[in-house]
Design a protein around this ligand. Structure first.
Ligand code: ATP
Ligand code: MG
Length: 354
């Protein structure tokens, strides 16, 4: 049997460059190896945990995210794309898992802590939001996923999922659930891509994104207004490349070929960084190079997106097929979970009749 991969995205907006380098690019590469059975989930229920008053936003973004998947290169014959809310097993499993997790363990999760602060939830924290790591553990384990290609904000979620798996298998003396591992992208800039404003993470909720669907002009505008080094005022000033958004993006997106294609001055990024640090290299020149690189990456994605957007019926049919396949797999795990706990009374009549 092939190893299983599962990841998901909240349909709180279209997907951005952080999703692309943090996870989507890896999903496409892993899909194309043919070695895995891959599931990709639109996490609408998780999106509701902090958007319960605005379901319209989630509805509006369902096909946006679907289009981003196809545009980035996911293919329905190789990757099962489905909608979380349409898989009932994903709501039953968390009820069983929740009893194996303590409140204090949930409160220690650094990603959740940070997200609570960001959303100003200190006083009005929805129970659903606080417990979403349990629901996420259900998403992963329902598919018995061994690998989860994600950005590093997801590491605490995977740790939590592994704890649930081991608590479950230990408590019910079984080996039904599989411990998942993260597959992180190639470098730390990709694991957590900074926002265009220099903020620690590009995130739909922070409005500091370059979206995969942005047109050429918008991408250029966003790059030209990127946060750089506030101490690098004149071209001749020495500059910092650490904490400089433009260089973070060059780390994430440039390749040695980018330098041979667009500059004659530098053989690679390191040489360009040295020049910036020495002084004499202006922000505008760096931004222009980044823009050329980004446009090359985004152009084919945008063109594919426009093609797929012409047939919304196809997208819905594809999701319906994905839902059917995902339901089969998740229901099977749920049956095993119920049997392991012993709440399969009516399927296991022998126990009562013996
Ligand atoms: P929201 O603000 O609604 O939480 P988000 O932008 O954080 O949205 P998610 O849907 O939560 O996006 O994340 C989906 C996937 O993309 C996860 O695997 C996450 O690790 C990855 N990801 C999101 N943002 C980034 C980023 N800036 N850098 C790297 N990976 C990212
Ligand atoms: Mg997020």
């Amino acid at each position: 049997m092939k190893d299983i991969l599962l990841t998901g995205d909240r349909p709180t907006g279209p997907l951005h460059l952080g999703h692309y380098v943090g996870s989507l690019k890896n999903r496409v590469a892993l899909q194309n190896t043919g070695k895995y059975e891959q599931y990709v989930m639109i996490a609408d229920i998780q999106a509701l945990t902090d958007n319960a008053n605005d379901p319209q936003k989630i509805r509006n973004n369902l096909l946006e995210v679907t289009l981003d998947y196809l545009a980035a290169g996911l293919q329905p014959d190789k990757t099962t794309m489905f909608i979380q809310s349409h898989i009932p097993a994903l709501f039953e499993l968390p009820m069983f898992y929740a009893n194996l997790v303590t409140m204090s363990r949930l409160e220690r999760n650094p990603t959740v802590k940070n997200e609570i602060k960001l959303r100003g939830f200190e006083r009005n924290l929805p129970v659903g939001f606080m417990t979403y790591p349990i629901s996420q553990a259900a998403d992963i384990t329902a598919f018995k996923a061994k690998y989860v290609p994600v950005g590093d904000d997801q590491l605490p979620m995977l740790e939590q999922a592994r704890e649930i798996v081991s608590a479950f298998n230990r408590t019910y003396n079984c080996d039904v659930l599989v411990e998942p591992q993260a597959i992180l992208p190639e470098n730390s800039e990709c694991s957590r891509l900074v926002g265009t404003d220099g903020n620690a993470k590009m995130s739909k909720s922070l409005g500091n994104c370059i979206y995969l669907r942005d047109d050429e002009k918008t991408v250029k505008q966003k790059i030209m207004s990127m946060y750089t080094d506030p101490e690098h005022i004149n071209v001749s000033d020495p500059g910092h490349t650490e904490g400089n958004t433009v260089f973070a993006y060059l780390d994430a997106f440039s390749t040695p070929e980018s330098f041979s294609a667009y500059t004659t001055e530098y053989a690679n990024l390191e040489e360009m960084k040295e020049h910036y640090r020495r002084g004499g290299l202006g922000d505008m020149k760096c931004k222009k190079l980044l823009n050329s690189i980004m446009q090359d990456i985004l152009r084919p994605i945008r063109e594919r997106r426009e093609e797929y957007a012409k047939d919304k019926g196809y997208l819905l049919d594809m999701l319906a097929q994905g839902v059917d396949k995902a339901n089969e797999r998740a229901t099977q795990t749920l049956d095993e979970v119920r049997a392991a706990i012993g709440v399969d009374y009516l399927k296991n009549r022998d126990f009562f009749l013996k």
